[in-house]
Write a protein that binds this ligand. Structure first.
Ligand code: TMP
Length: 213
């Protein structure tokens, strides 16, 4: 594995997660980062997904109705693959990783959104096991009133998955869940109700500061 060094010191890449409810424009923002940073300096991945196993589990998660406990366990199922095989080797070799969604999504959607507090001990146990592999250096949370998010999704004309099709009350709980989670995790909250240009500028600046690129 090629290791990046600076003045004899091994450089560790940063693990940065971009989070947000449905319709916040995560895709547009990540698309902008892909254009702004040199090829290969950042590695992009996503949850659910990111590996062969992860992409298959993603199809099941987005396509089949299931119990909240099944949903939560499936979300944890693809993560060891992604963290051990992609994220950890990348940051160890000095590359930075941009991950679309991470464990905060499971807290926001499965615990708070689905109103499944009884799953919390299981969630915390899994979070702890995965935390032994890697923990994000920074979460960037794209914050938006779900009412506006739903309007944006409607206007986009895209086919909605079963999470996007959930009602407003669900998405309000998801937002509340995220904000709760970020009280205890290193995060920067970005208001994405504004025009797109300053949002792109802000997120790019945050990534530049965090990575030193
Ligand atoms: P995406 O649309 O951002 O690719 O994510 C797919 C959907 O999966 C999104 O609606 C949120 C949902 N999701 C969860 O419910 N729990 C999770 O842990 C993750 C990572 C995503």
């Amino acid at each position: 594995m090629a290791v990046r060094t600076y003045k004899g010191k091994i450089m560790q890449g940063k693990f940065i997660v971009i989070e947000g409810g449905d319709g916040v424009g995560k895709g547009t923002i990540v698309g902008h980062l892909r254009k702004s940073f040199p090829e290969g300096a950042l590695i992009y991945t996503r949850e659910p997904g990111g590996t062969e196993v992860g992409e298959k589990v993603r199809e099941i998660l987005l396509g089949c109705a299931m119990l909240p406990a099944t949903e939560m366990m499936l979300h944890f199922s693809y993560r060891p693959e992604l963290f051990e095989r992609i994220v950890l080797p990348a940051v160890r070799s000095g590359k930075h990783v941009i991950d679309e969604r991470h464990i905060a999504s499971t807290y926001a959607y499965q615990i708070v959104g689905r109103e499944c507090n009884h799953l919390l001990p299981g969630f915390l146990a899994m979070e702890h096991i995965l935390g032994e592999i890697i923990v994000p250096d920074l979460y960037i949370y794209l914050d938006l009133d779900p009412k506006i998010g739903a309007e944006r999704l409607k206007k986009s004309g895209k086919t909605l998955d079963r999470f996007e099709l959930e009602g407003e009350a669900f998405h309000q709980r998801v937002r509340k869940g995220y904000l709760e989670y970020f009280k205890n995790h290193r995060s920067i909250i970005v208001d994405v109700s504004r025009d797109i240009a300053p949002i792109l500028q802000d997120v790019e600046e945050i990534v530049r500061k965090e990575t030193g690129l």
